[in-house]
Design a protein around this ligand. Structure first.
Ligand SMILES: Nc1nc2c(ncn2[C@@H]2O[C@H](COP(=O)(O)OP(=O)(O)OP(=O)(O)O)[C@@H](O)[C@H]2O)c(=O)[nH]1
Ligand SMILES: Nc1nc2c(ncn2[C@@H]2O[C@H](COP(=O)(O)OP(=O)(O)OP(=O)(O)O)[C@@H](O)[C@H]2O)c(=O)[nH]1
Ligand SMILES: [Mg+2]
Ligand SMILES: [Mg+2]
Lengths: 278, 291
């Protein structure tokens, strides 16, 4: 009912505003709408429903990826996942949720509290370890984060754990020394473990265009393998992930849907695209 | 930067006469894109651009500035005005004065509580931090550590239960310990969570704050409008704290929040340490939004 009948310029503008209001961003919106306009012309689509279907299809293919599952170690050593991202996006909470899933599926988990900076960060992760039966590895505030991650790996090896998850401090991507510190945490673990199986960037669904800058910087620093899109239970649509995948090839693997232990789900691109139109 | 983007639109303008309609339209179109890229909400942009049209139409072309610089100057001035013009000093008089913090999850409330306490202590007040987030794991401990870091009292009697009761009891506690300003930290909550918005309203009613401050992350996108409107309507607030301004987000949310709630942004949080806290400056924010 955006259109009435036929697709006017106003209607196209309405579609642009829909995408912009979902934080898809100006550049991505213009490109996507232009592609849809061209396809509509080429395929002779003149009705509103047809155009919306083309747009959904365009968005859906922008988010396509053959395998969205989290990678695991293929040898006998523990799988290693590290969570990164700017401050307050939901890294620690997501790790708690992941630990719950893994423990429920019979896999043993070590959680390394490598956020040694923020007040009560290790305590917060520790409470999630308690809830899930995961083993916590921590040090005091101010300890070297890489040494905690390293200790996590050693504990995982010593206890023959299936999985090590490394929690890191939130950090703004324009802080050079903090991004270098993150790189060091990764290198120190990988010296022992080999390449990490997943380096997840946690993006808050409320984030605007800065999310793209964040993704670019974290990719450069630690070679991100996938995105966790959190707080999708809010009113924000998280459209920034469209640009993140289009420009950086980074897929969303998981979504956070609340503050509870079970509020984590695999990313469903169909549901995501549908929700842009709700 | 914006001036360079406007050069094309203004390429035929020479150093006299007035800006014609066609030139104004091309210029406004470019400004609209710049504001959207800065995360200003698209409806707020619409309103702002139509006000700009009135400013620019018939604007006499300056002989002193090149046309792009002149337009940027006019846009900047309008943006500064929209952001409140100048810094404000909140009235936090009262004994005890009560400040309540509210906002979305992860926006920076617990950290801001410590910063506010540090700043007030520096000004000779005796603050007390009150732990009313009884939900997030280790939130109370986080506030306790912040209190210790800045050397102020903390009232954190429980780690679960009813935050309204804790808030209410904190006032007597403040009087007993000689604290003259109470800062109430609350749990992050979604503006669409009716139950938790009701709880925030109840906390506010229980302590009747001198100032309720809405804490919002500078990197927030288009939903800044819906979020801030909901917090204004369902909880009520007097001012805003904009956080994580040490990042490189353009921060268009600042304009969106101000336009839609007509509440001043009072403080800017500019880092993770307890001293990274300052008055909000509309002119600096305008520079940042315009890129
Ligand atoms: N509604 C909602 N809240 C979430 C979600 N994920 C995390 N949160 C909340 O967001 C806030 C921040 O979560 P944390 O896990 O501490 O975030 P973090 O990235 O570890 O934060 P730092 O370590 O300080 O950078 C908490 O209040 C969480 O409960 C989600 O999917 N939905
Ligand atoms: N770089 C930067 N980080 C900040 C700033 N303010 C807060 N933080 C960080 O942002 C993260 C979230 O801060 P919190 O104070 O825990 O946020 P909160 O609103 O209390 O979170 P919830 O209680 O879960 O809703 C932490 O890592 C803080 O250190 C800021 O101005 N700059
Ligand atoms: Mg954390
Ligand atoms: Mg908090």
């Amino acid at each position: 009912e955006l259109f009435g009948g036929g697709v006017s310029d106003d209607a196209w503008e309405g579609l642009e505003e829909l995408l912009i209001s979902a934080d898809v961003g100006v550049a991505a919106t213009m490109q996507i709408v232009e592609d849809v306009r061209r396809r509509a012309r080429d395929e002779g689509v003149t009705e509103a429903d047809g155009v919306v279907a083309l747009l959904k299809d365009e968005l859906r293919s922008a988010l396509e990826v053959p395998d969205r599952s989290l990678a695991r170690a293929t040898d006998d050593e523990p799988t290693v996942w590290m969570l990164t991202g700017v401050n307050g996006t939901g890294k620690t909470t997501t790790i708690g949720k992941l630990a719950a899933i893994e423990e429920r599926e019979g896999r043993s988990v070590v959680l390394a509290a490598a956020d040694t900076f923020r007040a009560a960060a290790a305590d917060q992760l520790g409470l999630w370890a308690d809830r899930t039966g995961a083993r916590l590895v921590r040090k005091d505030e101010g300890a070297d984060p890489a040494s905690v991650a390293f200790d996590g790996w050693m504990a995982a090896i010593a206890t023959d754990a299936d999985l090590l998850v490394v929690d890191t401090a939130g950090r703004l991507h324009n802080r050079r020394e903090l991004m270098d510190e993150l790189g060091k945490v990764k290198r120190v673990v990988e010296k022992k473990s080999g390449p990490m199986d997943e380096v997840l960037l946690v993006l808050d669904a409320t984030t605007g265009q800065n999310g793209l800058a964040q993704a670019g910087a974290f990719v450069d620093a630690v070679d991100v393998t996938g995105i966790v899109l959190t707080k999708l239970d809010g009113s924000s649509k998280g459209g920034i992930v469209v640009a993140v995948q289009r420009e950086l090839g980074l897929p969303v693997k998981l979504v956070g849907l609340g503050e509870g232990i079970d509020d984590l789900a695999p990313f469903d691109p169909d549901a995501f695209v549908d929700s842009l139109f709700e | 930067a914006l001036a360079q983007r406007l050069d094309d639109a203004l390429s035929r303008v020479r150093g006299r006469g007035r800006l014609d309609d066609e030139t104004v339209d091309a210029t406004l179109s470019e400004i609209r894109l710049a504001l959207l890229e800065a995360d200003v909400n698209f409806k707020v942009v619409r309103g702002f651009v139509s006000r700009l049209r009135e400013v620019l139409v018939g604007e006499e072309v300056s002989k002193a500035l090149n046309p792009s610089q002149q337009v940027v100057k006019a846009v900047h001035a309008e943006l500064v005005r929209a952001l409140g013009g100048e810094s404000v000093t909140p009235d936090l008089s009262g004994n005890p004065a009560v400040i309540m913090l509210a906002g979305l999850q992860g926006s920076g409330k617990t950290t801001a509580a410590g910063k506010l306490a540090k700043q007030l202590k520096k000004k000779g007040r005796t603050p007390m931090l009150v732990a009313c987030d009884l939900q997030r794991p280790a939130a109370v401990q986080q506030l306790r550590i912040n209190a210790e870091k800045v050397g102020v009292h903390v009232y954190a009697p429980v780690e679960s239960g009813d935050p309204v009761a804790v808030a209410r009891d904190s006032l007597a506690k403040a009087r007993d310990t000689g604290c003259d300003v109470v800062i109430v930290d609350t749990a992050g909550r979604l503006h669409i969570d009716t139950e938790l918005m009701g709880q925030a309203r109840d906390i506010r009613a229980a302590v009747d704050p001198t100032a309720t401050l809405f804490v919002i992350d500078a990197m927030i996108g288009q939903e800044a409008v819906n979020v801030s409107k909901a917090f204004l309507d369902d909880v009520g607030f007097d001012g805003v704290i904009l956080t994580k301004l040490d990042g490189d987000a353009r921060g268009g949310a600042a304009l969106s929040v101000r336009e839609v709630t007509d509440r001043p942004i009072v403080y800017a949080s500019v880092g993770e340490k307890m001293e990274d806290f300052e008055a909000f400056h509309p002119d600096r924010m305008a520079d940042r939004i315009l890129g």
